[in-house]
Unconditional design. Structure first.
Length: 237
């Protein structure tokens, strides 16, 4: 997959995506990550990219033209353009799966108070990573690119690593344990030591249901609403 970021601060995205799994995905060619800086598309002596907001107010607003030109430089026919903004659709695992199916993603990262509103129609999707305000779209781009990259086939070496995980089935994942079997007096649950795959799967399903109901009742409710009628009847008995 090819990903480009339109950003005034490429280092804010490049550095955190250089280590670990995503760093390896880049080195192995699963993810090609490029940057284009609106500042390189200015024509004045000061390479101005922002200005005061019309109508007054604090902070600066990124000007439309340098962003437009930067986007034009990298946009192709099959590009899917995402504008990161707290006003966008809330990012979740379903959105990550959708984006993982695209050939080319372009992230437009606002900074300061945001970008001139007239840039918005250039994007296919406005995306938010949560109900809080970041210093810019860059940390949001990092989160989205990370979540999408691990879904690219081949990036995670165990092919089923993304099948049973948290959110994919609409539930939180059952807890994990590793050696030692007893740590500071705390034992690993018996079922996990049994070697019985059916028992382990049942234990994990029960844990996932219990944990989701306790920690994220909103997800549990959503999952119950999506159950086919027959299954819902069975649980009601
Ligand atoms: N830019 C600033 N805050 C943001 C957020 N929560 N999500 C996406 N982009 C942002």
């Amino acid at each position: 997959m090819r990903v480009d970021a339109v950003t005034l601060f490429p280092g804010m995205i490049d550095a955190p995506l250089s280590d670990s799994i995503v760093g390896r995905a880049r080195a192995e060619g699963y993810l090609e990550l490029g940057f284009v800086n609106p500042r390189d598309f200015t024509e004045d002596r000061h390479r101005t990219v922002d200005d005061k907001p019309y109508g007054g107010g604090t902070g600066m607003v990124m000007m439309a033209e340098p962003v437009y030109r930067a986007l034009k430089k990298v946009r192709k026919k099959n590009s899917f353009v995402i504008l990161l903004t707290p006003k966008g659709r809330k990012f979740d695992q379903a959105a990550a799966l959708e984006l993982a199916g695209k050939k080319h993603l372009i992230f437009i990262c606002g900074h300061y108070e945001g970008i001139d509103e007239r840039v918005t129609p250039l994007a296919d999707l406005e995306l938010s990573i949560g109900d809080y305000v970041l210093t810019g779209g860059e940390p949001a781009a990092v989160a989205v690119i990370d979540a999408v990259t691990r879904l690219i086939p081949g990036v995670l070496k165990k092919s089923d690593a993304t099948v049973n995980e948290t959110f994919t089935g609409g539930l939180l994942e059952a807890p994990h344990y590793t050696r030692p079997g007893v740590w500071r007096g705390k034992k690993v649950p018996e079922a996990l030591l049994s070697g019985n795959h059916k028992l382990i799967a049942e234990w994990r399903a029960a844990q996932a249901g219990e944990l989701t109901g306790r920690a994220r009742p909103d997800l549990a409710k959503e999952k119950a609403a999506k159950k086919p009628a027959r299954a819902a009847k069975r649980t009601a008995q």
